[in-house]
Design a protein around this ligand. Sequence first.
Ligand code: SF4
Length: 365
Amino acid sequence: MRIDRSSNVRSNRRVRWSGQGIAVDDGALPGLERIGLVRSVRTPQFDGITFHEVLCKSALNKIPAAAMLPFRFTVNGYRGCSHACRYCFARPTHEYLEFDPGEDFDSQIVVKTNIVDVLRRELGRPSWRRETVALGTNTDPYQRAEGRYELMPGIITALAASGTPLSILTKGTLLRRDLDLIADVAQQVPVSVAISLAVGDADLHRAVEPGTPSPQARLGLIAAVRDAGLDCHVMVAPVLPHLTDSTEDLDRLLGLIAEAGATSVTVFGLHLRSSTRGWFMTWLARSHPELVAPYRQLYRRGAYLPADYRDMLRERVAPLIDKHGLARDHRQFTPVASPVVVPEPQPTLFDVAPEALRPSSRPRA
Ligand code: SF4
């Protein structure tokens, strides 16, 4: 075992941190070993978070064609997300690493420290067809870890240098740091920026998205994106049944989003699959026990809201979008071409109910 105490770095895989102390754990981290763990780090600046630095073998993830998404490639520099949204669709991916999908997902953050080099190599292959690459479809690229590791400037620059269009989806106000770069890059390749904002109430935000910037801060971010000369799409998703789906709440939120300068919006409801469902329902039982029965009824057939609810939401939202002068998603993406690499499969935010993929409402990042 070798520990560099000055940098608070763990360099032996069989040692796990517990609070500020060190404890030996014979169980090690086989899931992390599989994906190239180099070291695990805790620093006082990121209390409660452990960064697991890995050397990835591939950077471009190919989305299965069956997903019917408007893009086929994604890049994710991180696994796990300190934004800690209770409803996060990506939680089950942490189980592949033998972490739990609840608190570990929020606090055990995998960082692909060599991702920019690997990405450059993959983008340089003659077979790369310069299809749009989506950033932020699995975990948030501007979560707190990005303040330490600064992967995004290199990723964005590499994509632009290869002539590859890109889209960015985030809740993180750290995006402001890169706005000048993104605006520059947008002169070279098509760039789409989207902010996720679906909870306008401050108390509910603190409860259900505890690690994310406040709704007010994200409205400011939308304005900053527009000030940088970029269009700004807003994902009003997921809408939470009985919590954020009233006409009044949606009207107020869409009004604020329009006022901030957003150019277009996509709205769709919560889906709850596998371990995300358990994590969310545990929170719901504690915070809103009166809603447990209605949610069980709504999701009795599986991960997606029933068709009548989806129809209701669509009909409720359509006039509000018009009222506030917002556009539906109209962004263009490059057509599908041939595949490049096939790394680990990952669910995405766009793993949505089939009706949301119809042309009029298809969510895109
Ligand atoms: S910001 Fe996105 S990736 Fe991060 S926890 Fe929330 S929903 Fe998941």
